[in-house]
Design a protein around this ligand. Structure first.
Ligand code: UT7
Length: 324
């Protein structure tokens, strides 16, 4: 049997038009631009318009990713959407995106791992490609967290925003692509920490959508350790060194977490892609949005080794290493 590898083909992202600044939020809750910037690094976030759904953001990101990859939608035979804010409880948002793109083959499903969702979805797509179940996969992180925020809770509403990012992966013969492609992935969950970050509603427990609840400082304390562990594992599994990595694309939750991880692992800060000032925490969308920015501005180039990582509700965490 030919050994297969999943190779990066293209990336795209989409943010809703409406921008809400820290100053705008300071008119709604007891907060300030200074507090939000100093504690998080966030300056603004994009908020979906009334009627603008997670699938709409995902479709727009997917179209840009397909264009960047030079791939026709008809070639896609797997769509995985990471989201904690699906359009409806079911069917999967991935099915709606599949139909909108005009894809009539293959399979599509959602993955729910909150802010770690993109790393989980990427891992599922990589597994399917390597196993021969898919040839061309679309991996999407798409969220409308504005719909599940308690807009009267200053400890959470200032942190999150809406958006989507999408990546196209293609199957390749490992013997011919050299060291390109997804080289390792690492996933972890520890459900004992369920109550640190959750939504207090859902179909089975409350028959409602609910609002996000977070013990922010407790989550923060887990973040640096778990993210560092995932990065160390992903690098070890690929048999490379942290110093070999060209770019780090982290989940964009808090600049202090990005800085803390970089300090702990002796990573030069200018190797860490940070875009959270412009969109806040977009949960599963944040890794592909940051990735897209760094590809389009020319930082991430073909041949570069890129380490993606995330941590979120569950708690879930993980990392994925790819040579572009
Ligand atoms: O993506 C999923 C993973 N999520 C994360 O990674 C989030 C992790 N957590 C964090 O990023 C940080 O913990 C926060 C940004 C949420 C909070 O920062 P912190 O430095 O941990 O602050 P804190 O929660 O300890 O709160 C410090 C103070 C409190 O006031 P007192 O009790 O000291 O008087 C809060 O009430 O800041 C207050 N505070 C605010 N003040 C102004 C909390 N939110 C705000 C706010 N504006 N928006």
């Amino acid at each position: 049997m030919i050994a297969r590898r999943s190779v990066f083909a293209g990336i795209g992202a989409h943010l809703p038009d409406r921008v809400v600044s820290n100053a705008d939020l300071a008119q709604q809750v007891e907060t300030s631009d200074d507090w939000i910037v100093e504690r998080t690094g966030i300056r603004r976030r994009h908020i979906a318009a009334a009627g603008e759904k997670t699938s709409d953001l995902g479709i727009a990101a997917a179209r840009k990713a397909l264009e960047a990859a030079g791939v026709d939608a008809g070639e896609i035979d797997m769509i995985v959407v990471a989201t904690a804010t699906p359009d409806l409880t079911f069917p999967a948002t991935a099915a709606r995106i599949q139909a909108a793109l005009g894809v009539t083959r293959g399979f599509a499903f959602d993955v729910q791992a909150v802010c770690s969702g993109f790393i989980y979805a990427l891992t599922m797509a990589d597994n399917a490609i390597v196993r021969g179940q898919a040839e061309t996969a679309l991996v999407i992180g798409a969220e409308t967290f504005s719909r599940i925020l308690d807009w009267s809770d200053r400890t959470t509403c200032v942190l999150f925003g809406d958006g989507a990012g999408a990546m196209v992966l293609k199957a390749a013969d490992a013997a011919t692509v050299g060291d390109r492609g997804i080289l390792s992935t690492y996933l972890r969950t520890d459900g004992r920490f369920h109550d640190l970050l959750y939504v207090d509603g859902g179909p089975s427990q409350t028959q409602s959508v609910g609002h996000l609840r977070m013990q922010g400082s407790a989550v923060f304390r887990h973040a640096v350790d778990h993210i560092s562990e995932a990065m160390i594992e992903a690098v070890a599994r690929a048999g490379v060194k942290m110093t070999d990595v060209d770019w780090f694309v982290p989940h964009q939750a808090n600049q202090r977490i990005l800085d803390g991880v970089a300090r702990k692992l002796s990573i030069p800060p200018d190797r860490v892609i940070s875009t959270l000032a412009d969109h806040g925490n977009t949960s599963a969308a944040s890794v592909p949005i940051a990735f897209d920015v760094a590809v389009r501005d020319g930082r991430i180039k073909p041949g570069h080794l890129v380490l993606m990582e995330a941590m979120g509700g569950g708690l879930t965490w993980g990392a994925a290493l790819a040579r572009i």
